[in-house]
Design a binder for this molecule. Structure first.
Ligand code: SAM
Length: 365
């Protein structure tokens, strides 16, 4: 089927098949790419508007019990200097985000499931919620946990949770993780998060070795099937000190541009298929090109996560090579991002939590 016909179908709100989604992801002709991005932007304007919401991300620890073959902070990477913020530091950075008029913060870390960590997060979330009178949205991105833990953190004041499925292809999932990391457990965690009442976000990495466009088309259909509220996905970028990174040389310019294009196409097609969800323009897009996240907004994303982590910790939270802004402080991130977003004709939802219309529709009927 011609790309124009598929896009026309999407504009008329018809469901797209896996073959049609794959066809959209395979576009490489410049005019067709423009038509794809324009269609995604048209749908974005209709369903979520031209507002970019900020979530200040606090990377509060790089201690991790997992050993994912792609990730720079995996347990077995002995080159990483490990850190753990204390409660004061986490709360201070969340309050900085609140004062900077970001509507929400995201607390992210490597994975830990011990009681000391669970209680630390619980206390920090409670203090942030109280100090900001519930105004600041609190999203967590702390990996796989027991349902009771998700419930404790929810009760403390968190209301959104991000847990990427990474890929829905079981064979690919098995290739990029050690044998004791399980796709089924991830799926079960997403179900537990939904039961616990969170706004649930998930997503995948694109450009993984051996991943096909059909895999990515299936991933998008999975996001639709489990009825997610938010999508956080980003290009895979090798990290030199990981098993997967060691197998390939660092990306050259052409590979970076190809990874960026695939990342933008995934955002566009996800917007076209899922319509009213929040979609984040991942920081990894900026690692590929300086304006990558703004390009993500132009292709259908509506959320950006400026880093509010204290500068001294940033170099130790390198998930992939060339992670941007590691030598900047939070004010610099706010200033340069705001200017660039206004430059593309969008407004910033300062002081707004920016829940996805999908979540509101799902819960309010
Ligand atoms: N521990 C939590 C979890 O697993 O959800 C949150 C932290 S984890 C580092 C956040 C995300 O980083 C992962 O879901 C993964 O998609 C992404 N990530 C890790 N290594 C990456 C790489 N080399 N390239 C791109 N994204 C990567």
């Amino acid at each position: 089927m011609m790309i124009a016909a598929i896009l026309d179908k999407a504009r008329r709100k018809a469901e797209l098949s896996v073959e049609e989604i794959e066809a959209l992801l395979s576009v490489s002709d410049q005019e067709e790419l423009k038509a794809l991005y324009d269609c995604a932007y048209f749908i974005k304007e209709q369903y979520v508007g031209k507002i970019a919401y900020f979530r200040g991300i606090i990377e509060c620890s790089n201690l991790c019990i997992k050993d994912c073959y792609y990730c720079g902070i995996r347990r077995s990477n002995t080159k990483v200097e490990r850190f753990q913020m204390d409660e004061e530091e986490i709360v201070r950075e969340a309050l900085w985000a609140h004062e900077a008029e970001y509507g929400s913060c995201v607390i992210q870390s490597g994975e830990r499931r011990d009681e000391a960590y669970i209680a630390l997060i619980e206390r920090a979330v409670k203090r942030i919620a109280e100090a900001t009178k519930g105004e600041l949205g609190i999203t967590l991105s702390l990996g796989e946990q027991e349902e009771a833990t998700y419930a404790r953190w929810k009760k403390a004041g968190a209301h959104r949770y991000l847990l990427r499925i990474e890929t829905t292809n079981p064979a690919l999932y098995a290739r990029i993780h050690p044998a004791d990391h399980s796709l089924e457990v991830r799926m079960a965690c997403l179900a537990a998060l939904r039961r616990t009442g969170y706004q649930v976000g998930t997503g995948v990495m694109m450009g993984l070795p051996g991943q096909t466009l059909r895999d990515l088309a299936n991933d998008i259909l999975f996001l639709k099937e489990i009825d997610v509220d938010m999508v956080g996905m980003g290009p895979y970028i090798p990290h030199a000190d990981t098993p997967m990174g060691m197998e390939v040389p660092a990306y050259d310019e052409a590979q970076r541009m190809a990874a960026l294009e695939l990342g933008l196409k995934m955002i566009a097609v996800t917007r076209i298929v899922l319509r009213d969800v929040n979609i984040a323009a991942a920081t990894a897009l900026q690692a590929l090109e300086y304006t990558g996240r703004e390009q993500g907004l132009r292709c259908g994303a509506n959320v950006i996560m400026p880093n509010v982590t204290e500068t001294k910790y940033r170099a130790s939270y390198q998930l992939y090579d060339n992670k941007p802004c590691t030598d900047e402080n939070s004010s610099m991130c706010r200033g340069c991002l705001s200017g660039r977003i206004k430059g593309i004709g969008e407004t910033i939802g300062f002081n707004e939590r920016g829940d996805s219309p999908h979540y509101r529709r799902r819960t309010e009927g």
